[in-house]
Design a binder for this molecule. Structure first.
Ligand SMILES: [Zn+2]
Ligand SMILES: [Zn+2]
Length: 163
């Protein structure tokens, strides 16, 4: 009898930490669990989840734990222009993201062409490309269904006024 791991199955976090030569601590296992349950959560959101189990934990500790886990490829940080970084446990596949310009929800988009790095800049003279992070700007199905009257903002990217 074999147990097949589905993507939503809860991984064995202590084993994962040990595999990366990281000490198993409650903050680490809880942060991993929270990020896994809430893909693309910000550090603040992760903190809110972890706090229910570890009331003493600070946002600062959550940032430190996330940075440790990111360094060991146990979580991936997604930098979204204009909003806080998001975190996820789906690492190593160089998948991309789509962000709805209206509700700001982020969803996974599989690699565009084959495996990482799936995109190459036209001219890569002398550069070694490690990854290609693409952020698609979209209007999600929910927002499209709600129609343009649900928001007064145009669908074009918001322009930031720099003075
Ligand atoms: Zn949306
Ligand atoms: Zn993702």
């Amino acid at each position: 009898m074999t147990t097949t791991a589905t993507p939503r199955a809860r991984p064995d976090w202590p084993a994962q930490l040990r595999a990366h030569a990281l000490r198993v601590t409650r903050p680490r296992t809880h942060v991993l669990g929270a990020v896994h349950e809430h893909p693309h959560a910000s550090a603040d959101q992760v903190h809110r989840v972890v706090r229910t189990a570890l009331p003493e934990i600070t946002v600062q500790s959550v940032y430190v734990v996330l940075a440790d886990l990111e360094r060991h490829d146990l979580v991936r940080r997604i930098d979204v222009p204009g909003s806080p970084a998001r975190y996820e446990t789906r690492t190593g596949d160089n998948h991309h993201h789509a962000q709805c310009v209206r509700c700001l929800r982020i969803t996974d988009v599989d690699c565009v062409v084959g495996s990482a790095p799936c995109l190459h800049p036209g001219s890569a003279a002398g550069m070694t490309i490690l990854s290609a992070d693409v952020l698609f700007r979209v209007i999600c199905a929910d927002c499209r269904e709600n129609g343009p009257e649900s928001t007064t903002a145009p669908a074009s990217p918001p322009r930031s006024e720099h003075v």
